[in-house]
Design a protein. Structure first.
Length: 501
């Protein structure tokens, strides 16, 4: 839900609007169920859920209820911009709404309300409840009042339904947009569940945005060490296409993966090693990659968390044979595989469903080779075709075109970042490296593919803004970490790029 909220802001609906709709809907639902002038106490947290409570308090006041707000924490700790704005509004109504701040479980005030609203923690809640929140939850459960939770009961993991040490047990849970999976798993704790529309179009769920990048952005502990953030193996390169695996490898490193091995034919690997001191090159015997190289590659396949196969590989008869045998080995070990470029072309000669985690990234020409079909120009028909082939191959497919389509046959999203300058050779190699790097860091396969297309396209958009469409694939590399750190920054250039239609 948090990713969807971020994306909604990117596509033009602010978090402030969503919060206003959520809080107003809560107030209106309570007004439908209870007569005015009743006493209502709202326990509010410091994040977005608390902001929903601030808005609800304002609207309930206007509907004739006697409202008091208890802030769990100090107002100077409010860490959500939209919540802070609504807190300022609420403070201006302090002559009419009783407001108490508590930061210690020992100073919980007496509550004699007939209705208690839980707006302490929402969908972003993870880990066991800390004090004073745990004590306050236990206190609210003892009250002889009708209890209403906003979005999810405090103490419930909205994804898994796990209870987080203690859980508030409401009579009614008012959740937003769609019922959360955690509510389904733990209906017993939630009372009556009501789903409220807050103005998020269902279509936003299919559109890639910066919120999708947040799903694959891991924080790093200060005691992290080499290996904690994955190892990626890139297999590719030939006499003709020496630079392709380098682009994949460097883009993988730019995602934050700790170690990248780049495996290429010996002469190509020597050239690649001279391109960057950041590369660890595996020098394979022979003029082109063949099945004779599989034994020497096997230890690296085993120690890697993801494998990118195909950039610049070439299509020698022996190389095609190698691709089939290599895929068999990767599948046997259950390693995630990202198949790109000539890897796809080789795979097209023996294509089959795989049992290991599998991402395939064809452009329109490679899709035709893979399926024997010419893609429809109609976006809805294209989506259907991509879903169909991804299901047959048991793969996440990334169709690279003017609007990238990403599907695992169940989930499907469309990416709108990118520009015509990215038709230049090498940008696809950058994409496969980004996706591989994210997967090597133990991220979900589909989420990595979705985030990767956004980051790749957004990087190209920032380059195009500076130098026009005369860009090189290498120009994207420095932008990858910037987009990962601040994916919403793309909105600055998006407003100058044609909006999705």
């Amino acid at each position: 839900m948090r990713a969807l909220e971020i994306n909604s802001e990117y596509f033009g609906i602010s978090l402030l609007q969503l919060m206003e709709n959520a809080g107003k809907n809560v107030a209106q639902e309570i007004a439908l169920r209870f007569p005015a002038k009743r006493k209502i106490t709202i326990f509010c947290g410091l994040g977005g859920n608390g902001g929903d409570g601030f808005v609800a308090a304002r609207h309930l006041l206007g509907l004739g209820f006697q409202v008091s707000v208890i802030l769990v924490g100090k107002s100077k700790w409010i860490n959500h911009k939209a919540s802070l704005k609504n807190w300022v509004v609420l403070k201006n109504l302090s002559d009419y709404i009783s407001i108490t701040e508590i930061s210690d479980s020992s100073n919980i005030p007496n509550v004699n309300a007939e209705i208690v609203i839980d707006a302490i923690l929402g969908t972003g809640s993870r880990g066991k409840l800390r004090q004073p929140v745990k004590k306050i939850v236990e206190f609210i459960n003892t009250l002889d009042a009708e209890k209403v939770s906003i979005d999810v009961p405090t103490g419930l993991d909205s994804d898994t339904g796990e209870t987080l040490g203690a859980i508030l047990k409401p009579n009614l849970t008012i959740t937003f947009h769609k019922i959360k999976s955690g509510l389904i798993h733990s209906k017993y704790f939630c009372g009556e569940i009501l789903v409220s529309d807050i103005g998020l179009p269902l279509e936003f769920e299919k559109m890639v945005g910066p919120g999708d990048v947040s799903l694959v952005s891991a924080s790093r502990a200060f005691n992290s060490h080499k290996g904690d953030f994955g190892t990626l193996l890139v297999i590719g390169g030939s006499n003709l296409f020496s630079g392709a695996p380098v682009l994949s490898s460097l883009s993988g490193l730019r995602t934050g993966v700790d170690v990248v091995y780049t495996a290429s034919p010996e002469k190509t690997a020597l050239v690649n090693a001279s391109m960057s001191p950041n590369l660890i090159t595996i020098k394979l015997k022979g003029k082109h990659i063949s099945s004779n190289n599989l034994n020497s590659l096997n230890p690296f396949i085993k120690k890697s968390d993801a494998i990118v196969l195909g950039p610049g590989l070439g299509l020698h008869e022996e190389t095609i044979e190698f691709v089939e045998l290599c895929i068999d080995e990767i599948e046997k070990l259950g390693k995630p595989l990202i198949l790109d470029a000539d890897g796809i072309n080789a795979f097209s000669t023996f294509k089959r469903s795989l049992t290991n985690p599998f991402v395939i990234t064809p452009h329109i020409g490679e899709f035709k080779k893979l399926t024997g079909k010419i893609l429809s120009k109609d976006i809805k028909k294209r989506i259907k075709e991509v879903k169909e082939i991804s299901g047959k191959l048991n793969a996440v497919m990334v169709l690279k075109c003017e609007k990238d389509i990403i599907s695992d046959s169940i989930r499907t999203k469309i990416n709108y970042t990118g520009n015509p300058g990215m038709t230049v050779g090498g940008t696809g190699d950058v994409l496969s490296g980004i996706i591989g790097g994210l997967i090597a860091q133990k991220n979900d396969l589909f989420e990595s593919a979705v985030a990767g297309t956004y980051v790749n396209g957004a990087s190209g958009d920032f380059v195009a803004e500076k130098i026009g469409y005369h860009l090189l694939a290498t120009d994207l590399l420095d932008w990858i970490p910037r987009i990962l750190e601040n994916p919403m920054s793309h909105i600055k250039v998006r407003n100058r790029i044609e909006c999705p239609s």
